[in-house]
Design a protein around this ligand. Structure first.
Ligand code: ADP
Ligand code: MG
Length: 333
Protein backbone atom coordinates (compact mmCIF):
# COMPACT_ATOMS: atom_id res chain seq x y z
CA UNK A 1 0.00 0.00 0.00
CA UNK A 2 2.66 2.46 1.15
CA UNK A 3 6.15 1.82 -0.13
CA UNK A 4 9.10 3.89 1.06
CA UNK A 5 12.28 3.15 -0.83
CA UNK A 6 15.78 4.38 0.18
CA UNK A 7 14.48 7.77 1.26
CA UNK A 8 17.03 10.42 2.25
CA UNK A 9 16.63 14.06 3.21
CA UNK A 10 19.18 16.67 4.24
CA UNK A 11 18.32 20.26 5.19
CA UNK A 12 21.92 21.44 4.75
CA UNK A 13 22.97 20.12 1.34
CA UNK A 14 24.26 16.79 2.57
CA UNK A 15 26.26 17.85 5.64
CA UNK A 16 23.76 16.18 7.97
CA UNK A 17 20.96 13.81 7.08
CA UNK A 18 17.65 14.19 8.92
CA UNK A 19 16.65 10.96 7.21
CA UNK A 20 19.00 8.47 5.61
CA UNK A 21 18.24 5.50 3.40
CA UNK A 22 14.87 4.76 4.97
CA UNK A 23 12.90 1.87 3.47
CA UNK A 24 9.75 0.15 4.64
CA UNK A 25 6.32 -0.95 3.49
CA UNK A 26 2.81 -0.91 4.93
CA UNK A 27 -0.02 -3.18 3.94
CA UNK A 28 -3.55 -1.89 3.59
CA UNK A 29 -5.18 -1.56 7.02
CA UNK A 30 -1.88 -1.71 8.96
CA UNK A 31 -1.44 0.43 12.04
CA UNK A 32 2.27 1.16 12.27
CA UNK A 33 3.87 3.35 14.92
CA UNK A 34 7.05 5.31 14.32
CA UNK A 35 9.04 5.74 17.50
CA UNK A 36 12.24 7.64 18.11
CA UNK A 37 13.63 10.28 20.41
CA UNK A 38 13.26 13.96 19.59
CA UNK A 39 15.29 14.85 16.49
CA UNK A 40 15.41 11.29 15.12
CA UNK A 41 13.65 12.32 11.90
CA UNK A 42 10.02 11.35 12.56
CA UNK A 43 8.44 14.62 11.40
CA UNK A 44 10.78 14.80 8.41
CA UNK A 45 9.52 11.39 7.32
CA UNK A 46 5.90 12.50 7.78
CA UNK A 47 6.46 15.71 5.81
CA UNK A 48 8.09 13.80 2.97
CA UNK A 49 5.22 11.32 2.77
CA UNK A 50 2.65 14.12 2.92
CA UNK A 51 4.48 16.04 0.18
CA UNK A 52 5.40 19.01 2.37
CA UNK A 53 9.08 18.35 1.59
CA UNK A 54 10.89 16.84 -1.35
CA UNK A 55 13.34 13.95 -0.88
CA UNK A 56 17.01 14.18 -1.91
CA UNK A 57 16.98 10.52 -2.81
CA UNK A 58 14.57 7.62 -2.89
CA UNK A 59 10.88 7.34 -3.59
CA UNK A 60 7.45 7.16 -1.98
CA UNK A 61 4.58 5.22 -3.54
CA UNK A 62 1.00 4.90 -2.37
CA UNK A 63 -1.39 2.30 -3.82
CA UNK A 64 1.07 1.60 -6.63
CA UNK A 65 1.44 5.26 -7.67
CA UNK A 66 4.74 7.13 -7.24
CA UNK A 67 4.11 10.29 -5.19
CA UNK A 68 7.68 11.48 -4.72
CA UNK A 69 10.93 10.55 -6.34
CA UNK A 70 13.89 12.49 -7.66
CA UNK A 71 11.97 13.41 -10.83
CA UNK A 72 8.30 13.01 -9.82
CA UNK A 73 6.20 14.97 -7.38
CA UNK A 74 2.49 14.86 -6.56
CA UNK A 75 1.08 17.95 -4.80
CA UNK A 76 0.09 17.36 -1.14
CA UNK A 77 -3.65 17.92 -1.76
CA UNK A 78 -3.64 15.24 -4.49
CA UNK A 79 -2.07 12.54 -2.31
CA UNK A 80 -5.13 11.12 -0.50
CA UNK A 81 -3.30 11.41 2.81
CA UNK A 82 -4.97 12.67 5.99
CA UNK A 83 -2.83 14.46 8.57
CA UNK A 84 -3.30 15.11 12.27
CA UNK A 85 -0.61 17.07 14.09
CA UNK A 86 0.23 17.84 17.69
CA UNK A 87 -1.12 21.37 17.28
CA UNK A 88 -4.73 20.81 16.32
CA UNK A 89 -4.31 23.26 13.44
CA UNK A 90 -8.02 24.01 13.16
CA UNK A 91 -9.00 27.30 11.54
CA UNK A 92 -9.98 29.49 14.51
CA UNK A 93 -12.43 31.64 12.52
CA UNK A 94 -14.36 28.65 11.15
CA UNK A 95 -16.87 26.56 13.07
CA UNK A 96 -16.29 22.88 13.68
CA UNK A 97 -18.53 21.96 10.76
CA UNK A 98 -16.86 24.50 8.46
CA UNK A 99 -13.45 23.14 9.47
CA UNK A 100 -14.50 19.65 8.40
CA UNK A 101 -16.14 20.92 5.19
CA UNK A 102 -12.94 22.72 4.21
CA UNK A 103 -11.21 19.64 2.79
CA UNK A 104 -14.28 18.28 0.98
CA UNK A 105 -15.69 21.50 -0.48
CA UNK A 106 -15.94 20.00 -3.96
CA UNK A 107 -17.69 16.83 -2.85
CA UNK A 108 -21.40 16.49 -3.77
CA UNK A 109 -22.67 15.08 -0.48
CA UNK A 110 -20.31 17.22 1.61
CA UNK A 111 -22.88 18.27 4.27
CA UNK A 112 -23.89 14.67 4.94
CA UNK A 113 -20.28 13.54 4.93
CA UNK A 114 -19.23 16.24 7.42
CA UNK A 115 -22.09 15.36 9.76
CA UNK A 116 -21.24 11.67 9.43
CA UNK A 117 -17.65 12.47 10.49
CA UNK A 118 -18.90 14.50 13.47
CA UNK A 119 -21.06 11.56 14.53
CA UNK A 120 -18.10 9.21 14.10
CA UNK A 121 -15.92 11.23 16.50
CA UNK A 122 -18.77 11.65 18.98
CA UNK A 123 -19.28 15.38 18.49
CA UNK A 124 -22.66 15.36 16.72
CA UNK A 125 -23.96 18.41 18.58
CA UNK A 126 -20.79 20.52 18.35
CA UNK A 127 -20.83 21.46 14.66
CA UNK A 128 -21.75 25.09 15.33
CA UNK A 129 -19.03 25.78 17.90
CA UNK A 130 -15.73 27.50 17.27
CA UNK A 131 -12.47 25.69 18.12
CA UNK A 132 -11.81 27.87 21.19
CA UNK A 133 -15.12 26.67 22.64
CA UNK A 134 -13.84 23.08 22.73
CA UNK A 135 -11.44 21.24 25.04
CA UNK A 136 -8.07 20.05 23.74
CA UNK A 137 -9.32 16.49 23.38
CA UNK A 138 -12.43 17.62 21.47
CA UNK A 139 -10.33 19.79 19.17
CA UNK A 140 -8.13 16.81 18.38
CA UNK A 141 -11.22 14.74 17.53
CA UNK A 142 -12.36 17.50 15.15
CA UNK A 143 -8.90 17.43 13.56
CA UNK A 144 -9.33 13.67 13.14
CA UNK A 145 -12.80 14.13 11.60
CA UNK A 146 -11.39 16.69 9.18
CA UNK A 147 -8.52 14.38 8.20
CA UNK A 148 -10.88 11.42 7.64
CA UNK A 149 -13.60 13.32 5.76
CA UNK A 150 -12.01 13.01 2.26
CA UNK A 151 -11.66 9.25 2.85
CA UNK A 152 -7.84 9.16 2.67
CA UNK A 153 -5.85 6.05 1.72
CA UNK A 154 -3.40 6.79 4.51
CA UNK A 155 -3.83 8.61 7.81
CA UNK A 156 -0.75 10.06 9.48
CA UNK A 157 -0.83 11.17 13.09
CA UNK A 158 2.26 13.10 14.25
CA UNK A 159 2.44 13.13 18.06
CA UNK A 160 -1.30 13.84 18.27
CA UNK A 161 -1.54 13.49 22.04
CA UNK A 162 1.62 15.29 23.12
CA UNK A 163 -0.22 18.47 24.09
CA UNK A 164 -2.55 16.68 26.48
CA UNK A 165 -2.14 15.64 30.09
CA UNK A 166 -1.70 11.96 30.96
CA UNK A 167 -5.29 11.14 31.96
CA UNK A 168 -6.84 12.74 28.91
CA UNK A 169 -4.17 11.35 26.66
CA UNK A 170 -4.86 7.72 27.55
CA UNK A 171 -8.61 8.26 27.20
CA UNK A 172 -8.33 10.11 23.88
CA UNK A 173 -5.87 7.55 22.56
CA UNK A 174 -8.35 4.72 22.99
CA UNK A 175 -11.20 6.84 21.58
CA UNK A 176 -9.16 7.84 18.54
CA UNK A 177 -8.02 4.32 17.76
CA UNK A 178 -11.51 2.92 18.20
CA UNK A 179 -12.67 5.42 15.58
CA UNK A 180 -9.75 4.55 13.31
CA UNK A 181 -10.51 0.85 13.61
CA UNK A 182 -14.07 1.48 12.43
CA UNK A 183 -12.80 3.13 9.25
CA UNK A 184 -10.15 0.48 8.51
CA UNK A 185 -7.80 3.18 7.19
CA UNK A 186 -4.04 2.49 7.02
CA UNK A 187 -2.27 4.43 9.77
CA UNK A 188 1.19 5.80 10.45
CA UNK A 189 1.26 6.92 14.07
CA UNK A 190 4.27 8.97 15.12
CA UNK A 191 5.10 9.15 18.80
CA UNK A 192 8.04 9.44 21.16
CA UNK A 193 5.97 7.62 23.78
CA UNK A 194 6.53 3.87 23.64
CA UNK A 195 3.42 3.21 25.74
CA UNK A 196 1.36 4.92 23.02
CA UNK A 197 2.98 2.77 20.38
CA UNK A 198 2.64 -0.51 22.28
CA UNK A 199 -1.03 0.12 23.07
CA UNK A 200 -2.23 0.64 19.52
CA UNK A 201 0.24 -0.48 16.86
CA UNK A 202 0.62 -3.88 15.21
CA UNK A 203 4.11 -3.00 14.14
CA UNK A 204 6.63 -0.45 15.36
CA UNK A 205 9.37 1.17 13.35
CA UNK A 206 12.24 2.63 15.34
CA UNK A 207 14.17 5.64 14.04
CA UNK A 208 17.58 6.57 15.40
CA UNK A 209 19.51 9.50 13.93
CA UNK A 210 17.43 9.38 10.77
CA UNK A 211 17.89 5.66 10.16
CA UNK A 212 15.58 2.70 10.66
CA UNK A 213 17.15 0.52 13.34
CA UNK A 214 14.28 -1.93 13.65
CA UNK A 215 10.78 -2.60 12.34
CA UNK A 216 9.08 -5.35 14.21
CA UNK A 217 5.96 -6.54 15.99
CA UNK A 218 5.49 -4.77 19.31
CA UNK A 219 6.10 -7.96 21.32
CA UNK A 220 9.38 -8.75 19.50
CA UNK A 221 10.85 -5.33 20.14
CA UNK A 222 10.86 -5.91 23.85
CA UNK A 223 12.31 -9.41 23.67
CA UNK A 224 14.72 -8.97 20.77
CA UNK A 225 15.80 -5.33 20.45
CA UNK A 226 18.47 -4.75 17.78
CA UNK A 227 20.53 -2.39 19.89
CA UNK A 228 20.77 -0.71 23.28
CA UNK A 229 18.82 2.34 22.05
CA UNK A 230 15.83 0.21 21.09
CA UNK A 231 16.05 -1.72 24.37
CA UNK A 232 16.16 1.52 26.37
CA UNK A 233 13.08 2.91 24.60
CA UNK A 234 11.07 0.05 26.10
CA UNK A 235 12.21 0.30 29.71
CA UNK A 236 15.33 1.16 31.72
CA UNK A 237 18.22 -0.95 30.56
CA UNK A 238 21.83 -1.04 31.74
CA UNK A 239 24.84 -2.07 29.75
CA UNK A 240 26.68 -4.99 31.32
CA UNK A 241 30.11 -3.41 30.99
CA UNK A 242 33.40 -4.87 32.28
CA UNK A 243 32.80 -3.55 35.82
CA UNK A 244 29.34 -5.10 36.01
CA UNK A 245 30.69 -8.35 34.61
CA UNK A 246 33.33 -8.34 37.33
CA UNK A 247 30.81 -7.54 40.06
CA UNK A 248 28.47 -10.35 38.99
CA UNK A 249 31.30 -12.75 38.04
CA UNK A 250 29.82 -13.19 34.60
CA UNK A 251 32.47 -12.98 31.87
CA UNK A 252 30.77 -12.28 28.52
CA UNK A 253 31.89 -12.39 24.90
CA UNK A 254 33.90 -9.21 24.34
CA UNK A 255 32.86 -8.86 20.71
CA UNK A 256 29.24 -8.14 21.62
CA UNK A 257 27.48 -5.52 23.68
CA UNK A 258 25.36 -6.89 26.53
CA UNK A 259 22.62 -5.35 28.59
CA UNK A 260 20.02 -6.23 31.17
CA UNK A 261 16.68 -4.60 31.85
CA UNK A 262 16.56 -3.14 35.34
CA UNK A 263 13.27 -4.93 35.93
CA UNK A 264 15.00 -8.27 35.33
CA UNK A 265 17.40 -7.71 38.23
CA UNK A 266 16.07 -9.70 41.17
CA UNK A 267 16.17 -8.73 44.83
CA UNK A 268 13.86 -11.27 46.44
CA UNK A 269 15.91 -13.99 48.28
CA UNK A 270 13.70 -16.84 47.00
CA UNK A 271 14.06 -15.71 43.40
CA UNK A 272 17.80 -15.31 43.90
CA UNK A 273 18.18 -19.00 44.80
CA UNK A 274 15.79 -20.40 42.22
CA UNK A 275 16.08 -18.04 39.28
CA UNK A 276 19.50 -16.34 39.14
CA UNK A 277 22.77 -17.46 37.58
CA UNK A 278 24.76 -14.39 38.58
CA UNK A 279 24.62 -12.80 42.02
CA UNK A 280 26.43 -9.99 43.75
CA UNK A 281 26.22 -7.95 46.95
CA UNK A 282 25.04 -4.36 46.91
CA UNK A 283 24.78 -1.53 49.38
CA UNK A 284 21.42 0.24 49.46
CA UNK A 285 22.16 3.95 49.29
CA UNK A 286 18.64 5.27 48.67
CA UNK A 287 15.05 4.03 48.91
CA UNK A 288 12.32 5.82 46.97
CA UNK A 289 8.70 4.87 47.71
CA UNK A 290 6.63 4.42 44.53
CA UNK A 291 3.17 3.52 45.80
CA UNK A 292 3.18 -0.24 46.29
CA UNK A 293 6.79 -0.66 45.15
CA UNK A 294 10.14 0.69 46.32
CA UNK A 295 12.92 1.87 44.05
CA UNK A 296 16.39 1.11 45.39
CA UNK A 297 19.52 2.91 44.34
CA UNK A 298 22.36 0.44 44.87
CA UNK A 299 26.13 0.63 44.97
CA UNK A 300 28.04 -2.49 43.97
CA UNK A 301 31.43 -3.61 45.30
CA UNK A 302 33.03 -2.33 42.11
CA UNK A 303 31.52 1.13 42.72
CA UNK A 304 28.90 0.83 39.96
CA UNK A 305 25.47 2.26 40.70
CA UNK A 306 22.29 0.41 39.76
CA UNK A 307 18.58 1.04 40.21
CA UNK A 308 16.12 -1.76 40.91
CA UNK A 309 12.48 -1.85 41.89
CA UNK A 310 11.00 -4.28 44.39
CA UNK A 311 7.75 -4.95 46.18
CA UNK A 312 9.58 -6.42 49.19
CA UNK A 313 8.96 -4.29 52.25
CA UNK A 314 11.90 -5.21 54.49
CA UNK A 315 15.08 -4.19 52.79
CA UNK A 316 18.38 -4.46 54.68
CA UNK A 317 21.23 -1.98 54.19
CA UNK A 318 23.21 -4.59 52.28
CA UNK A 319 21.42 -7.02 50.00
CA UNK A 320 22.06 -9.61 47.33
CA UNK A 321 20.89 -9.01 43.78
CA UNK A 322 21.11 -11.16 40.70
CA UNK A 323 19.87 -11.99 37.25
CA UNK A 324 19.29 -14.96 34.99
CA UNK A 325 21.51 -15.50 31.95
CA UNK A 326 18.41 -15.91 29.75
CA UNK A 327 17.52 -12.26 30.45
CA UNK A 328 20.81 -10.95 29.07
CA UNK A 329 20.32 -8.98 25.85
CA UNK A 330 23.10 -9.32 23.30
CA UNK A 331 23.81 -6.90 20.45
CA UNK A 332 26.39 -6.92 17.69
CA UNK A 333 27.75 -3.40 18.00
P1 ADP B 1 11.56 14.48 15.18
O1 ADP B 1 10.21 14.74 14.60
O2 ADP B 1 11.86 13.03 15.36
O3 ADP B 1 11.78 15.23 16.47
P2 ADP B 1 12.61 16.02 12.94
O4 ADP B 1 12.29 15.32 11.69
O5 ADP B 1 11.77 17.19 13.31
O6 ADP B 1 12.68 14.98 14.15
O7 ADP B 1 14.12 16.51 12.86
C1 ADP B 1 15.18 15.68 12.42
C2 ADP B 1 16.43 16.52 12.25
O8 ADP B 1 16.26 17.44 11.19
C3 ADP B 1 16.77 17.36 13.48
O9 ADP B 1 18.16 17.36 13.62
C4 ADP B 1 16.23 18.71 13.13
O10 ADP B 1 16.95 19.72 13.78
C5 ADP B 1 16.41 18.77 11.62
N1 ADP B 1 15.37 19.59 10.96
C6 ADP B 1 14.05 19.34 10.96
N2 ADP B 1 13.37 20.26 10.22
C7 ADP B 1 14.30 21.13 9.74
C8 ADP B 1 14.23 22.28 8.91
N3 ADP B 1 13.08 22.74 8.39
N4 ADP B 1 15.40 22.91 8.63
C9 ADP B 1 16.58 22.45 9.12
N5 ADP B 1 16.71 21.36 9.90
C10 ADP B 1 15.59 20.69 10.23
MG1 MG C 1 8.47 15.69 15.37
Amino acid sequence: MLKIDSLSKSYDKGKNYALQDVSFELKSGDVCAIVGESGSGKTTLVRLIAGLERPDEGSISLSGKVLSSVDQFTQPEKRKIGLVFQEYALFPHLTVLENILYGIAKQKDKKERAQEMLDLVGLSEMGGRYPHQLSGGQQQRVALARALAPNPSLLILDEPFSNLDTMLRTQLRSQVFEIIEKTGVTVLFVTHDTQDALSVADEILILQNGKVVQKDAASNLYVKPNNLYVASLFGNTVRINKDLQNAFHCPLNEECCHAIRNEKIKVNPDELTTDCDYITTAEVIKKIALGDAVQLVLKLETGEKLTVTTRDKNIADTINIGFNSKDILEFNE
